[in-house]
Design a binder for this molecule. Structure first.
Ligand code: FRU
Length: 494
């Protein structure tokens, strides 16, 4: 084991014992120590789910990238394993960037990641060289492949960037062929996803451009994932530098889901529709795994690059993953639902039916910061649809975060401007949702520092980190006009 990896493992072990775990998210995986970004190597191996992540153990801010590691049997109770990769070789000395994992037929666990080396240019500036590398291990210890890198600039056709060439997502087809998709930039500075294949998972060759951005959705496309779902093929990617298109995308680093068909002999991908993956503030770089029972499960980084730098220097940890979400396609849209394992954490049901109200109300027992709550609303009178409905949570006399819905526009909004943030960063997002005659179904999952809002059984999801002090446990409801509401709330207990 290299000194860099041994140091990281020692550091995380000794630092962790000094940290208070009480304030951590309970069932969302968070950085063991220091900084976490993208999910990496999300896989099922030797009877457990493995989640690796972009990791800088020494600081709660981004730095030389390692891979952190945790395992789980139910995707909710996570156990840390020692750091898996450190930037310790000539070909990855400036970072082990994002990548993926799978099981090899001989029982070993293969990781494929991007090795980064910064080269200095004559004008004194630096440029990344990014190439794809492999490490193989047993679920705890990983050894980098002696023939790394397995894909580098020389494998790329003319015009493909050698410095934006990252985030391999690997999978194996039924005929035994391995494939991977990698994010890249063509000469026009837009984004594209490249497809590579391999017979053994070690020796790779370039196949084709699977999908091209052509300046439609942001610029560089990061962290691709490509899989079959409900008879379609789905390409997930996280574009940088996006511009909003109505309420569909938002500025900055966003998420994109392209649904289409794919000829599995020529790998011609024909796009049929596009949508954002998440419509909230904090969701990026998601990765999926196929569970042993055939579910396609996705987890994203529950953060946003534009705001992730705005937190105190001395925090002991920073960064958490989203809930694991089961994906499906209905009516050409990507549907996301919390995995069924979350039901097992539900305790202490509090239920109200047909609560008719206008103005603001609270309901006995409806409160908490680690809860799963389902809300169904409709107008009290069919002839007169209310103008606005809102649920406020993480609330005390001073603070709250709100989800509101205006039926005439059919727009839902998450707003955390009163959550206690003292910075001028983005605090709101809107999304157009489906609603007939003012009825709407919401599911709100809170886990101390976050809120995930599933609209109409997962047709739209809005995710946001909420850093309000934990004493703010209140929940209240507001209606402009008369609303009839059913609410059921559970505590989520580990
Ligand atoms: C996406 C990303 C990846 C890269 C990693 C570096 O969030 O920029 O493209 O591999 O983060 O930490």
């Amino acid at each position: 084991m290299s000194k860099a990896l041994r140091d990281a493992r020692e550091y995380e072990e000794t630092t962790e014992t000094k940290m208070k775990t009480k304030m951590r998210p309970a069932f969302h995986l968070s950085a063991r120590v220091g900084w976490m970004n993208d999910p990496n190597g999300f896989s099922f191996y030797n009877g457990e789910y493995h989640m690796f992540y972009q990791y800088h153990p020494y600081d709660a801010h981004w730095g030389p990238m390692h891979w952190g590691h945790a395992v789980s049997r139910d995707l909710l109770h996570w156990q840390n394993r020692p750091a898996a990769l450190a930037p310790d070789m000539d070909y990855d000395r400036d970072g082990c960037f994002s990548g993926s994992a799978l099981s090899l037929p001989d029982g070993r666990h293969l990781l494929m990641y991007t090795g980064v080396v910064q080269c200095s240019l004559p004008d004194g500036s630096y440029k990344d060289m990014q190439r794809q590398c492999i490490a193989v291990g047993d679920g705890t210890d990983y050894v980098k492949y002696e023939q790394n890198p397995v894909l580098d600039g020389q494998d790329l056709p003319a015009g493909c960037s050698k410095s934006d060439f990252r985030d391999p997502k690997i999978w194996k087809e039924k005929d035994g062929t391995y494939y991977c998709v990698v994010g890249n930039r063509p000469a026009d500075g837009s984004g594209q996803i490249l497809l590579f294949s391999s017979q053994d998972g070690f020796k790779w060759k370039y196949d084709k451009i699977l999908a091209a951005n052509n300046h439609r959705f942001g610029k560089m496309w990061e962290c691709p994932d490509f899989f079959k779902l409900d008879g379609k093929w789905v390409l997930l990617t996280s574009p940088q530098d996006m511009l909003p298109q109505g309420l569909e995308y938002h500025n900055g680093n966003g998420t994109l889901c392209l649904i289409g068909t794919c000829d599995e002999t020529t790998w011609d991908f024909t796009e049929e529709s596009d949508q954002a993956i998440d419509y909230g503030i904090d969701f990026y770089a998601p990765q999926t795994v196929l569970s042993p029972d055939g579910r396609r499960i996705m987890i994203g980084w529950m953060q946003n690059w534009d705001t992730s730098g705005v937190h105190p220097k001395n925090e002991p940890w920073f960064g958490q993953m989203s809930l694991p979400r089961e994906l499906s396609i209905e009516n050409g849209r990507l549907i996301q639902k919390p995995v069924w394992e979350l039901y097992d954490l539900r305790r202490n049901e509090i239920k109200y039916e047909n609560v008719e109200f206008t103005d603001a109300i609270r309901l006995d027992g409806i409160e908490g910061r680690r809860i799963d709550m389902e809300i169904n609303i409709r107008p009290r009178d069919k002839e007169s649809i209310y103008r606005k409905f809102a649920v406020r949570f993480a609330q005390d006399e001073q603070y709250h975060t709100a989800v509101s819905f205006r039926p005439y526009e059919s727009v839902i909004k998450i707003d955390r401007k009163f959550s206690g943030s003292r910075r001028a960063v983005i605090h709101q997002r809107r999304s157009r949702v489906n609603s007939k005659n003012g009825s709407l179904k919401l599911r709100l999952v809170l886990d101390r520092h976050s809120a995930e809002i599933f609209v109409n059984d997962g047709e739209h999801v809005l995710t946001a980190v909420v850093s309000t002090r934990q004493e703010a446990q209140g929940i209240s409801f507001f209606a402009d006009g008369w609303v009839s509401m059913d609410v059921v709330k559970y505590e989520l207990v580990m």
